[in-house]
Ligand binder design. Structure first.
Ligand code: NDP
Length: 427
């Protein structure tokens, strides 16, 4: 903590991982005494830079840009770019740290990284978004590359923003290799990438439920968020016969009814409130969806959006499964409450790994200069999610037969990264 002052999110993520790893390392001597944890809590490199751009009124704006290159042990740095006013060193270090374990869980050759800016895309014109993205990559481009660091989208960064960043990067480098994933289909993107995180989260929830001989069919599902991950989690849950009862954004939540939501969010860049007005649903200002009874909860918005009181409410209302689509949406206390109540609880690094896994598949397709059909990518995604679930069960099975997905994900991810680190010496 003394070394990382004012970094609560980073310390939170590290604490959760270390809680699983200390007992594991104590009983697995080959990982002891090699400084593995000491090295893993220190990113390989942190780049911080100024982003200057001009808004529609002709005024100069200055934001801060970041890229955290956390670990290259098993492949090029890989992780999203986030544009949100809450972005700071702590948030991006936590995300890059988590990403390293998550990427290892996918079994694809990807290291961990994360980046972004405190730029707020809300209310900005398309021209402003484009100029900001261009300004951002005029510095970022010198730190990334198809075998060095391959960023993708995250909060506030979707297909439109990736397109603008790819365009400027090509102009600066005169190269067309795969420097970003989440690209549009006409310039190297992969089918199923937009759907992958949400679909993958639901595939993972289905695997968890099957442990208890159950399935999503007929279950009530509450989803938070209304962005990329939330929309496709809703879509896949509906496809599997669940009844989705909520979606939300930072100003409140509503009861989910229709796919009009996608048009409002992705085409009109509107709010959940607009959607609720349009479909005639009630909108609950300033509230989160966790007070609505549900069998399955899929938090798909942001970190620490679900605290211990929300967890207690969900447990009281009979929740049986919580699969995180977002990164670290549950506080440590909330996660512990789920586990001790016997709720099937999956941390984001396991359940939301489908997005980055499909980014890995996009990299493979780009390297081979071909594109796989939709069903092939979806099938690979599904297999990867099943594989992650299997690893979590293998490493997270407690002596009483129950499963800690927290321990399972942390230990399975660690084993892969640690083996690679040991083999490559102390660097
Ligand atoms: P989007 O920007 O598409 O959507 C984000 C959603 O979360 C919006 O509904 C937004 O509401 C809400 N949200 C964001 N910040 C806050 C906040 N501080 N309080 C309440 N609500 C908030 O992002 P994504 O769907 O891509 O990402 C959502 C989560 O999933 C993040 O944790 C991300 O790291 C994680 N994730 C994303 C992956 C991907 O492939 N995109 C892969 C793996 C994880 P509002 O519009 O009001 O801000």
């Amino acid at each position: 903590a003394a070394r990382n002052p004012n970094q609560p999110e980073f310390l939170q993520a590290v604490t959760e991982v270390i809680d699983s790893l200390w007992p594991f390392i104590a009983r697995t001597p080959r990982y002891a005494g090699q400084g593995l944890l000491e090295r893993l809590v220190e990113p390989d490199r942190v780049v911080i830079f100024r982003v200057s751009w001009v808004n529609d009124e002709g005024k100069v704006q200055v934001n801060r840009g970041f890229r955290i290159q956390h670990s290259m042990a098993i492949g090029p740095y890989k992780g999203g770019i986030r544009f949100h006013p809450s972005v700071n060193l702590s948030v991006l270090k936590f995300l890059a740290f988590e990403q390293t374990f998550k990427n290892a869980l996918t079994t694809l050759p990807m290291g961990g990284g994360k980046g972004g800016s405190d730029f707020d895309p809300k209310g900005k014109s398309t021209g402003e978004i484009m100029r900001f993205c261009q300004a951002f990559v005029t510095e970022l481009f010198r730190h990334v590359g198809s075998d060095t660091d391959v960023p993708a989208g995250d909060i506030g960064v979707g297909g439109r923003e990736i397109g603008y960043m790819v365009g400027m990067t090509k102009k600066l480098t005169n190269r067309a290799d795969c420097i970003f994933t989440g690209k549009g289909l006409s310039f190297g993107g992969s089918l199923i990438r937009p759907e992958a995180t949400g679909y993958g989260t639901v595939y993972f929830a289905e695997e968890m439920l099957s442990e208890r001989k159950n399935s999503l069919q007929g279950m009530t599902v509450s989803v938070s968020g209304s962005g990329n991950v939330a929309q496709y989690a809703v879509e896949k849950a509906l496809m599997l016969g669940a009844k989705v009862v909520t979606v939300s954004d930072s100003s409140g939540f509503t009861h989910e009814k229709l796919a009009i939501l996608q048009d409002i969010k992705n085409v009109k860049y509107g709010r959940v409130k607009d959607y609720a007005t349009k479909v005639g649903a009630q909108f609950l200002e300033g509230r989160t969806p966790w007070s609505i009874p549900a069998d399955v909860a899929l938090p798909c918005a942001t970190q620490n959006e679900l605290d211990v009181n929300d967890a207690k409410m969900l447990i009281k209302n009979g929740v049986v499964c919580v699969a995180e689509g977002a990164n670290m949406p549950s506080t440590i206390e909330a996660a512990k409450a789920f586990e001790s109540a016997g709720v099937l609880y999956a941390p984001g690094k396991a359940s939301n790994a489908g997005g980055v896994a499909t980014s890995g598949l996009e990299m493979s397709q780009n390297a081979a200069r071909l594109s796989w059909p939709r069903h092939e990518v979806d099938q690979r995604l599904h297999e990867i999610m099943r594989g992650i679930h299997k690893s979590c069960v293998e490493y997270g099975r407690r002596p009483d037969g129950s499963i800690s997905y927290i321990d399972g994900a942390n230990i399975a991810g660690f084993v892969k990264v640690a083996d690679a680190m040991v083999a490559q010496g102390v660097v």
